[in-house]
Design a protein around this ligand. Sequence first.
Ligand code: PMP
Length: 741
Amino acid sequence: MKSFLRKTYNINFDKILKLPGYDIENFVGYCGNSKYIIKKYLHSKNIINQINSENALLSHLNLRDSIYPKPIKNRNGEYLGIYNNGENTYVVRLLSYLDGKFLGEIKQTKNILESLGSFTAEMNKSILGYQDLFISSRVWQWDIQYLHLNEKFINDIESFRDRKLVNYFFQQFNEVVIPILPSLRKSIIHNDLNEWNILCNDKGVSGVIDFGDIAYSQLVNEVAIAMTYGAYDKDDPITNSSYILSSYHKKLPLKNDEISLLYYLITAKLCMSVCNSAHSRKINPNNKYALISEKNAWKTLKKFIKYSPRFVENKFRNCLNIESKKTLNSKKIKSERGKIISKIFSLSYDEPIAMERSAFQYMFDYEGNSYLDAYNNVPHVGHCHPRVIDAASKQMKKLNTNTRYLYDIINMYGGKLLKKFNKSLNRVYFVNSGSEASDLAIKLALAYSKNKNIMVMENGYHGHTQRGTDISAYKFNHPKGQGKKDYITVVPMPTKKDFENENNFISETIKKIKNIAAFICEPILGCGGQVPLPKNYLNKVYKEIRDNGGVCISDEVQTGFGRLGKVFWGFELYNVVPDIVVLGKSMGNGHPIGAVITSDRIASKFSEGVEFFSSFGGNPVSCAVGSSVLDIIEDEKLQDNAKIVGQYYKKELQKLKNKHKVIGDVRGEGLFLGIEIINEKNLKPDKKLAHLLKNKLREKYILVGTDGPHNNVIKSKPPICFSEEDVKLVVKSIDKILCKL
Ligand code: PMP
C-alpha cells in the first residue's frame, strides 16, 4: 500500500493507521508533519461513480481545508488510484486531514449543539440547488425517505419486544410521513451528521467529514439526523436536539410541514440505525462499531416511545417561537359529547382526559401529555401493537365476511385458541363482546340443563345485555338497578374472614344450590374489587352444581389470556375445569371480539335448537386479530412478564401497605391487582380517599381506576407489557400522594 501510494501520489508515508468504521476501510497516513485520510474501496463501477460525485460536491463546496475534506489529486491529476494487492482490486483516494476533536469525544454543551445547527444550515445553504444525477438516482437504506428498505432487517433484531418498537415507528412513519414526503423540499444533503463525522474546536463545530452517504433527499432530513445524534444518550433528548434545531432555523428556516414531521424523522433515523446494527451484528458479531451506536439508538428510541408526537412537536415549535398547532379542547369535546351521546356513559376523573393517541403502555392526550396506563386491560398486549394492526389491515384488504362461507382462518384461530384449554373444551363460538359471550353462555347452559335458575356471585358483572344485567348483581343490586329476577340465585362474595374459615363459607354457598342450570363466576372478582376465591371454593361448588344437573361457567373476560401470570386462565388458579368459558376484552386487544368455549356435549345439545348466527362473530378480520394476540403473548413472553412484574408490583404495594394505614389490603394476581383504601381511624372503606388518590394519580399522569362494592379499591390491570420501571413510578407516586395527605 505504501509503495502504491508513493508511486501514485508521490507521497512517502512514514506510517499508516487504520480507523474504525462500518464498511469501507479508512486510514490515516502520516508523512512528516502532514496527515492525510486514505480511503480504500472495493473496486466497482458504482463506487467510482459515487466517489466522483462526492469529489464533485466537495469541489462545489467552499473548500477551506478546515471545514470540509479536500480531495487530493494523484500524479496524473486524477482523484482516484486503482490498487491491486494480488487478490482484489481497490479504488484508493486521498483527502486532506481535518484537525479537531470529534463531537462524540467532547461534552455536548448548548453552545456546541447550537453551533452544529448553524454549521448544518450553512452547509445546506451552500448545497441548495446543486444537482448530481448519480446521487439523485441513488435508492438505498440509509436515506430516510426509503425507510421501508430497512424492513427486511427487522427480523435480525433478536428480541420480539424490540422488534415491536421498531415496527411501531415504521407504521407511524408510513401513516404520517409517507403521504407528505412528495411535497417537501429536496436537496443533496450530507445525510450522516453523526457525532463521529463532526469536528469541533474551542469555538464550536469546525468541520465535517465523510460525505459517503450523501443523498438527494428531503432537506429536513439533514437537520433531523443531526438532531437524532444530538438527542443520543441525553437525559433530555428533546431540549438538546432543540438547540440544534433553533440555530439551524435561524439560518435556514424550516417550513410548517417539515417541523411537524421531525418527531417521525428522528424516530425513523433511530430505527434505521438499530435495523442496520442488528443486521451487521448478525453478519459480523464482532463489529464493535455497530454495537456502540446500537446501544445508544435503542436507549433513545425507548425514550421517544414515551413522548407523544404532539408534545415533541410543541417543544420544537416552542423553541422556534412558532405557535403550537391548534388542538382540540377537552372542555369543548365534553360539551359536544353531552349533546350527542347519552349522559348514561360516564367519564373517568373530575377533569376527563381527551385522548389522542396511544402506544403500548402509554396514552397521549391532545395537549401532548403522556400517561402511563396502569389501568386498561383491553389493550392487553399494548396499545396500537403493530402486529395486531398489521393482522387486521392485511385481512381487511383481503376478505371479511360471515360464518356462512368457508374460510380457513376461523379454523386456524379456533384451533389455536382451543389448544389453550383442556381437551374436554373443544368447541368455540365467536361473538363480538364479553356481554354477548356471557349471554350465549347462559343460553347454552339453559339448553343443556333441565334446571331453570342461574347462580351468580354478589357484585359480579358479566355484561350489559338484558340477560347480562339479569346475571350481574353489580348492576341489578345497584340502588338504581332493576332488582333481582326470580330465576337468579345470588351467593356471597368472600370476605377476609371467609378465607380463614373456608369450609363454612363454601357450605353456605352450597346450601343455596337448588334448580341451578348454571353458575357463572369470575376466578378473581373484578367488579367486586379484585377479590380472589378461597382455594377450594370452585372445586367444591362446581362439583355440587354438576351433581345437581347444572353447568359451571368461568367468566375469563378480565382474568384470561395470561394476565394473572401464573396461569393462562383464571380457573387454573384453583385446579378446576369449567364446562363453559366466557372470553372477551383482551382477546382482540381493543378489536371487538368475544368467544364462548365449551364441550362437544353442551354444544351438541344447543345445536338441536334454532340456528345461532352472529353477523360479525368469527369474521376473518376478528380471527386474524385474535390470532395475532395469541402469537404476541407467546413471542413476547407476556404471561411471564405479567408474572414477574406482577409479583414485583404486589410486593412493592405490600411495602406501601405497611407504611400507610389507609391501605387496607393489596390483592390479586399477576397484573390484576387491587389496593383497598380504608379510613385509617375506623378502618371502613374510604371511597372519597380512593377517588382522591385516582385523581391525584391522574395529575401525575398515571391512569388507574376504582371499583368494588364501596368503590374504594384502586384497580390496576395494565397492558401486560408493563415493566418494573413502570411499577416503580406508580408505587412512588402513590407513596408521595399518601405522604402528603
Ligand atoms: N364479564 C366481565 C367479567 C367483564 O368485566 C365485562 C366488562 N367489564 C364483561 C363480561 C362484558 O364485556 P363487554 O363490555 O365487552 O361486553
